[in-house]
Design a protein around this ligand. Structure first.
Ligand code: ATR
Length: 285
């Protein structure tokens, strides 16, 4: 290893697969913008490799780590201490070395989503009816920060109804929340529908009633891609005021992690614009 990389603070993202991760680029842009000197790389790490990889990373002087699919639950189990929002989500996407040598686990996904919705897209969540499609890890990660926005009601709908009901019960002490199956959505209307199923990326959609989205309602897919996802297209076809994908959330969760590590808040707007320009125009540098 060169002296250059040993003297500079080191960060990484672990995941499987990780090849197409935008995180190294996002953190490089944040570092440039804020004048922070750091090195951030992506590493392919399977669940079987996770424990030895994470121990080696911190033993070799690593300062902070992002963990993505499918490692967030393992990262939660690894962290010596977690923030309350990570505790509720039982998943960690950010590990940060503390001054006393311990490792703090945080989950910045939910705050990243809320910042994108509220600040970047000017959506007011207070007193609104929110529907979340899916009851897996992605839903669990966003529920706490969403409920903090004081919506009138949060409904979780899932293919496997029992999982939605169970997940809602875990968060019941935080606010008005309930779980149901897709069949139970008939006749209901929501101001905001979030897709947190893993179906959208493969072009699939849960079966949704035609009139599910209220007038002036918006849609948000936690997933993102170079082309609009199936759920973004569903929102457009159902007259959503905004039908957004998760690129903004990706950048905002990274900014929260950057702040936890460096104590500096990067400006996210230019980075989101840069990534958007890149996917709209493949010629962009
Ligand atoms: P993640 O961490 O991305 O949330 P997960 O924990 O495996 O991944 O959860 C995937 C979610 O997408 C689940 O809610 C799953 O529904 P089930 O709990 O019934 O399995 C949902 N999902 C996946 N494929 C789906 C499809 N084709 N239609 C509807 N829901 C789907």
């Amino acid at each position: 290893m060169s002296t250059n990389t040993t003297s500079i603070d080191r960060y990484a993202v672990f995941g499987h697969p990780i090849k197409h991760s935008k995180s190294p680029r996002i953190h490089r842009l944040f570092a440039e913008q804020t004048g922070q000197s750091l090195h951030y790389e992506a590493r392919e790490v399977t669940p079987e490799q996770f424990l030895s990889a994470v121990n080696a990373f911190f033993a070799e002087g690593g300062k902070g780590l992002n963990c993505t699919v499918p490692l967030k639950e393992l990262a939660f189990a690894f962290a010596g201490r977690t923030t309350p929002r990570a505790g509720f989500s039982k998943a960690v996407n950010t590990l940060a070395l503390q001054p006393d040598g311990s490792i703090l686990g945080d989950n910045t996904d939910g705050q990243g989503l809320v910042t994108d919705l509220v600040r970047n897209h000017a959506l007011n969540l207070e007193n609104t009816k929110i529907l979340i499609l899916g009851a897996g890890g992605a839903s669990r990660g966003i529920l706490g920060p969403l409920i903090e926005q004081a919506p009138a009601e949060v409904v979780i709908a899932n293919r496997t109804t029992g999982k939605a009901v169970g997940l809602a019960a875990e968060f019941a002490e935080l606010g008005a929340i309930r779980g149901c199956g897709f069949d139970d959505l008939n006749g209901l209307e929501f101001d905001l529908i979030l897709n947190a199923t893993s179906a959208s990326l493969s072009g699939q959609l849960p079966p949704l009633p035609e009139n599910l989205l209220a007038e002036h309602g918006s849609c948000y897919d936690l997933a993102y891609g170079n082309e609009p996802t199936a759920f973004v297209r569903w929102g457009q076809a159902h007259r959503a005021v905004k039908s957004l994908d998760g690129l903004g959330m990706l950048v905002e969760q990274a900014a929260e992690a950057f702040y936890l590590w460096r104590g500096v808040r990067p400006e996210t707007r230019p980075v989101i614009e840069w990534l958007n320009a890149e996917r709209n125009d493949r010629e962009f540098p």
